[in-house]
Ligand binder design. Structure first.
Ligand SMILES: [Zn+2]
Length: 490
């Protein structure tokens, strides 16, 4: 199959670029994954769904993909995103204190939650999901290369990348280095031997502010304060090492949230271009950045209770795919405002889509269902909209226009819907065939079901009936079958 053209907005150069894969028909993508010391909020989920929409767009356009999404399970310090990491606290250390657990257990716990959440949103699994702690040797190698070629230098506290050695340092952000300097906080006073406030750490020695670091490794680097170069990698070098391991020194697309532009991705380009001796435009050809999700028009905040998670969505009785539908309505380069009312509106639209699909499906004689074909023009336009910088609002609007188009037969409409669902990922066909299974039940309801199970075991029929009423009042239907209680949303 010949691949259809795809243009993507490239932050590096600030214009739309035609995707020209290094290997014809094959696209390598690196997506900066989560730091795994906490449950990810729905803003992070937006970023994952957007990467999924890119992958699915590539597939429907005839490309094969390799998606790498890492887990940062070491080295992410508070202040990293404002370039103030040297003095920052280790986020994993904070989690260890909070949960009285080991770093490894904490990482595994939140990796599991993340995997479950992104599966609930029907995102295709990444091909590789490396943990940073499994790639320390790659980070050490890159750091050594940067030392050997003079791009990096050592103090007793850390190995730093020297930003003044790399003239293209500000190409991605477009900011002036001097301005970035003014934006810095107090971290730059920590190490008096640091040459430039913007220099960032490739390796932290287990000394000074990090003398009590919990996750450390030996290294070939030397500091008079530690034995055997003991320390841990900086956050940015992790992605440079893992992307190189899985995708090589040059690959097609690098993705992440816009907060990564001025520091994390800027630093990744500097390290990778210099260590691998490739031009700054060659590390990743296209840099895609998604805008943020805000709640009630404000930055999501854990302390204000607005950093909602997938579990919050489920506990309020929503189908998590309504959140996926919600994300489809905004372009990935636009800020999107989350409110519960907006999610309710998305759920209503999704429900309408399911009902429409069901009605259409019923109108198609069973013997025709095997031979349905999508409508050529609508299918073509759908892929074209997506191929134009992943325009999901336009492609979603096209689906609704197609449904209203009386010139199409029910079987054409249904087949086109299923075709578009390859990218939309709303489980349209599965929903028709297995509705109950596709909607997770909130914890509160499951607890009532469990109580009722207990009441039935005790032959307390009065309590059992009372609980049935309570469950029904909360919008769920319960049936007693030979396999036990079965429950689904009304
Ligand atoms: Zn990264």
């Amino acid at each position: 199959m010949k691949q259809k053209p795809i243009t993507l907005f490239n932050t590096l150069g600030k214009q739309k670029n035609l995707l020209e894969p290094i290997k014809t028909g094959y696209v390598g993508i690196y997506h900066c994954g989560p730091t795994v010391y906490w449950t990810q909020h729905i803003g992070n989920m937006r970023s994952v769904v957007i990467s999924d929409l890119l992958v699915r767009t590539l597939h429907i356009s005839g490309y094969k993909t390799t998606l790498v999404r890492n887990y940062t399970d070491v080295g992410h310090l508070t202040g990293d995103n404002i370039g103030d990491a040297d003095q920052g606290e280790d986020r994993m250390t904070k989690a260890v204190q909070r949960e009285q657990s080991t770093p490894d257990e904490i990482a595994q716990k939140y990796i599991d939650v993340f995997q479950k959440d992104i599966t609930t949103l029907n995102t295709l699994p990444a091909n590789h999901t490396p943990r940073a702690t499994d790639h320390i040797s790659g980070m050490i190698t890159l750091t050594q290369q940067l030392l050997d070629t003079g791009y990096a230098y050592a103090t007793d506290y850390a190995i730093y990348f020297s930003v003044e050695k790399f003239p293209e340092y500000t190409k991605l952000s477009g900011q002036k280095l001097e301005l970035q300097k003014q934006g810095l906080g107090h971290g730059d006073v920590a190490d008096t031997n640091k040459k430039h406030p913007q220099d960032f750490s490739l390796w932290f020695f287990k000394a000074g502010a990090h003398a009590n670091a919990l996750q450390t490794w030996e290294s070939p680097f030397s500091s008079s304060l530690v034995k055997n170069g003991e320390g841990f990698p900086g956050w940015h070098i992790e992605c440079s090492a893992m992307s190189k391991h899985f995708l090589g020194t040059t690959f097609d697309i690098h993705m992440g949230g816009i907060e990564h532009i001025p520091i994390h991705h800027t630093n990744e380009i500097a390290q990778s271009a210099c260590a691998n001796q490739v031009p700054h435009t060659e590390y990743a050809h296209i840099w895609m950045h998604n805008e943020h999700l805000v709640t009630d028009n404000k930055k999501m905040s854990k302390s204000e209770g607005t950093a909602y998670t997938i579990q919050d969505i489920i506990d309020r009785g929503f189908n998590p795919l309504s959140l996926r539908y919600f994300f489809l309505q905004a372009h990935y380069q636009s800020k999107q405002n989350f409110t519960w009312e907006a999610l309710q509106a998305s759920e209503t639209s999704l429900q309408k889509l399911y009902t429409t699909a069901k009605t259409l499906y019923k109108q198609i004689p069973w013997y025709k269902r095997l031979f349905m074909k999508p409508h050529a023009q609508y299918a073509h336009d759908f892929v074209s909209f997506l191929g134009d910088n992943i325009d999901t609002p336009q492609s979603l609007a096209l689906v609704w226009n197609m449904i209203k188009d009386d010139s199409l037969s029910p079987s054409e409409k249904y087949a086109t819907l299923i075709y578009t669902d390859q990218v939309l990922g709303l489980h349209i066909h599965q929903h028709i065939t297995a509705k109950e299974k596709s909607v997770p039940i909130p914890k509160e309801i499951l607890e009532l079901v469990e109580k009722r199970e207990q009441a039935r075991a005790n032959k307390d029929w009065k309590e059992s009936d009372r609980l049935r009423d309570e469950i029904q009042n909360k919008g769920y239907e319960i049936k007693d079958t030979s396999d036990g209680q079965q429950i689904h949303k009304k």
